[in-house]
Design a protein around this ligand. Structure first.
Ligand code: ADP
Length: 262
């Protein structure tokens, strides 16, 4: 068992490392690929150099495939779920989010309407998911706007499926991020979670933010909902499983339901 633990810890470190490297590496690769693609027309008269540039492009594209696979591996890494108060988590990131958004975007973190349940999530993954949503919201509002974050207790009375994630009926904690930005047309919405899918110019977007969020939420046993209206704005809703509160009378109708394995 000791050995197994050491192994899984090692695998986790490898995963974190490769994930981080693959992410940064891909940013640079996108610059290389973009430049090589732009070079091609200028080399029309020089077959030999054009062939070399084409070989370099093919190699860069193969590298990009490799980072894609590395990221798939990294996303499968073990999370460390713990009960987290998502309202407090957002509150703790207020300053960072304000700095990220700049002066032209107003941010409101709405207090939950009732005492918020805790959610079982990996805290640092939840933080980076929220930050990624905020960065996307900023990019969708180049001329300024509003960003609203809100949390709420949510009960699903039946199993629900969306964007390749499915969850059983039960209690979830909602973390919603709404912006008044450009919104997404259906063809963007359809592909938004694809790794490396981006509508941003080379060097600005990696197309990995939403794919990482998707991996995190799916692994946490949650669900993502998106509402987006082109020209009006977008709302991302993350439903994360409610933490099982032991030793506390919650007085819920499901209090005597069989406990879920943690
Ligand atoms: P990136 O931000 O690097 O492009 P993401 O995976 O985070 O990668 O997002 C993929 C695409 O989804 C973006 O390029 C953008 O077109 C779209 N998108 C994501 N969030 C929003 C948003 N809040 N408003 C409008 N479009 C969005």
């Amino acid at each position: 068992a000791q050995q197994q633990l050491a192994h899984s810890q090692k695998m986790e470190m490898v995963g974190q490392l490769t994930g981080g490297i693959a992410h940064d590496f891909n940013n640079m690769l996108m610059v290389v690929i973009g430049s090589l693609e732009r070079l091609a027309p200028a080399l029309a008269d020089d077959a030999k150099t054009a062939r070399r540039a084409e070989m370099a492009l093919q190699a860069a594209l193969r590298c990009s495939d490799m980072t894609r696979r590395l990221l798939t591996f990294a996303r499968r890494q073990q999370l460390h779920p713990e009960p987290v108060d998502l309202d407090a988590l957002a509150g703790g990131m207020a300053e960072l989010m304000e700095r990220t958004l700049g002066r032209d975007i107003e941010i409101v973190i709405e207090a939950p309407a009732e005492p918020l349940w805790t959610a079982t999530v990996d805290r640092s993954q939840a933080e980076s998911a929220l930050l990624n949503l905020v960065i996307n919201a900023r990019d969708a509002m180049p001329d300024g706007g509003h960003l609203r974050i809100h949390t709420a207790n949510t009960r699903f009375s039946e199993a629900t499926t969306a964007h390749g994630m499915s969850i059983p009926a039960g209690d979830y904690v909602l973390l919603a991020v709404s912006d008044s930005g450009c919104g997404m047309p259906p063809e963007v919405l359809e592909r938004a979670f694809e790794p490396f899918f981006t509508t941003k110019e080379t060097g600005k977007g990696t197309g990995l933010g939403l794919s990482m969020i998707h991996g995190f939420v799916k692994q946490s046993g949650g669900l993502i909902g998106i509402d987006s209206t082109p020209g009006a704005g977008t709302t991302f809703r993350l439903y994360l499983p409610r933490a099982v509160e032991t030793g506390r009378a919650v007085g819920d109708s499901d209090a005597d339901a069989p406990e879920q394995a943690a």
